[in-house]
Design a protein around this ligand. Structure first.
Ligand SMILES: NC(=O)C1=CN([C@@H]2O[C@H](COP(=O)(O)OP(=O)(O)OC[C@H]3O[C@@H](n4cnc5c(N)ncnc54)[C@H](O)[C@@H]3O)[C@@H](O)[C@H]2O)C=CC1
Ligand SMILES: CC(C)CC(=O)C(=O)O
Ligand SMILES: [Mg+2]
Length: 364
């Protein structure tokens, strides 16, 4: 089988971890006899520097022609002086999500064998395990609602964002959460702030309606503030966490950290037709960029999600996931996962990629 993948490495650690994902994909191609053709395009700050805008037409066209997009991360202090719509995040990533209607963001997270003691969770809690999928609505809510902006001057100046959700937007993401739960432990926790927000009241209503079609799945509702606490207190009770765009953005960083690091959380942003953009849940990590120490696992697992959801190569996707599991279980870890006095044992970004690619070749 032959596929076309648009590679948008972006900024900060994006290009560094992308190299490692490509190494692992090469190993997958060899082992499973696939042919993946890659086309690289500028995006984000790199595109501003090279071509004067965060999402050049050539990048968009390249993505349209591809079977999937493998994305690194965008943004960083170098570009924050620009007007908001011209910055990498609002000028490239959100428009890409909107353009391809990537309304469904899946962020699978689990506490890997070998990392129990490295999770910030209390030992008695982490020993019970943690395995969730965050299903986040990605093209609506307050990130996309209009009007958005500023008006007035001096002390009279104000800024505003609009949170807006239609029944249809809530229904389609809720269905995916219930379907996902059916293949797992059959529980959906829907996150909202229905005691305050009109959008959340509608969210709850529609999720209740959708739940009627999935009688085998347990539904619980939870306010976002309580959810941030319950995830720390009893993470093992969560299975599928259904969130709006804003709440999913926030909760998924917490979920990442419960598994040990932001550098472990992958994500798939898909539309209804199988097309998707696959990227780490974290950002460009300017604080560690350029040092060769970033954890490439989130990018590598995002490549696995690309194989699963857009290229329909389940076996290859699982092979990558097993190889990552082997690295972590054997204590092959980047520095952010280690206590300060253990950092001398840390593996570099490229050592991690080499190990995981080799494990894919060997077929763990
Ligand atoms: N999808 C994207 O392109 C995203 C872009 N951003 C952008 O990235 C820039 C930095 O944002 P921050 O708020 O600092 O979030 P961030 O996710 O880039 O970093 C937060 C913390 O997590 C650590 N971290 C993240 N990925 C890591 C990895 N692979 N290995 C080890 N440590 C890792 C960083 O070193 C940092 O301490 C901003 O411009 C932000 O807008 C943020 C989130 C997503
Ligand atoms: C530009 C942001 C919305 C990206 C982000 O933080 C995310 O998708 O998690
Ligand atoms: Mg985020």
């Amino acid at each position: 089988m032959s596929y076309q993948v648009a590679v948008l490495a972006g900024d900060g650690i994006g290009p560094e971890v992308m190299v490692e994902a490509r190494k692992v994909l090469t190993a997958v191609e060899q082992r499973f006899g696939l042919e993946i053709n890659y086309s690289e395009y500028d995006v984000g700050g790199a595109a501003i520097d090279n071509q004067g805008c965060p999402l050049p037409e050539s990048t968009l066209k390249g993505c349209e022609a591809a079977d999937a997009i493998l994305f690194g991360s965008v943004g960083g202090p170098k570009w924050t002086h620009l007007p908001p719509d011209e910055q990498p995040e609002r000028g490239a990533l959100l428009p890409l999500r909107g353009h391809f209607e990537l309304f469904c963001n899946l962020r699978p997270a689990k506490l890997h064998a070998g990392l129990e003691g490295l999770s910030p969770l209390r030992a008695d809690i982490s020993s019970q395990g943690f395995d969730v999928v965050c299903v986040r609505e990605l093209t609506g809510g307050i990130y996309f609602g209009k009007p958005k902006g500023r008006q007035g001057e001096g002390e009279a100046e104000e800024a505003f964002d609009t949170m807006r959700y239609s029944r249809q937007e809530i229904r389609r993401i809720a269905k995916i959460a219930f379907e996902t739960a059916q293949g797992r432990r059959k529980k959906v926790t829907s996150i909202d702030k229905a005691n305050v927000l009109a959008c959340s009241v509608l969210w709850r209503e529609v999720v209740e309606e959708v739940a009627k079609d999935y009688p085998d799945v347990e539904l619980e509702h939870m306010y976002i503030d309580n959810a941030t606490m319950q995830l720390l207190r009893r993470p093992f009770d969560f299975d599928v966490v259904l969130c709006s765009n804003l709440f999913g953005d926030i909760l998924s960083d917490e979920i990442a950290m419960l598994t040990g690091s932001m550098g472990l959380l992958s994500s798939a942003s898909v539309n209804g037709s199988g097309f998707g953009l696959f990227e780490p849940a974290g950002g460009s990590a300017p604080d560690i960029a350029g040092q060769g120490i970033a954890n490439p696992v989130a990018q590598i697992l995002s490549a696995a999600l690309m194989l699963r959801f857009s290229l329909q190569q389940e076996e290859a996707a699982s092979a990558i996931e097993r190889a990552v599991g082997k690295a972590l279980a054997e204590g092959y870890l980047t520095g952010e996962l280690l206590a300060a006095d253990q950092r001398h044992n840390a593996k570099s970004t490229s050592q991690m990629g080499d190990f995981i690619a080799q494990a894919v070749r060997e077929g763990v």
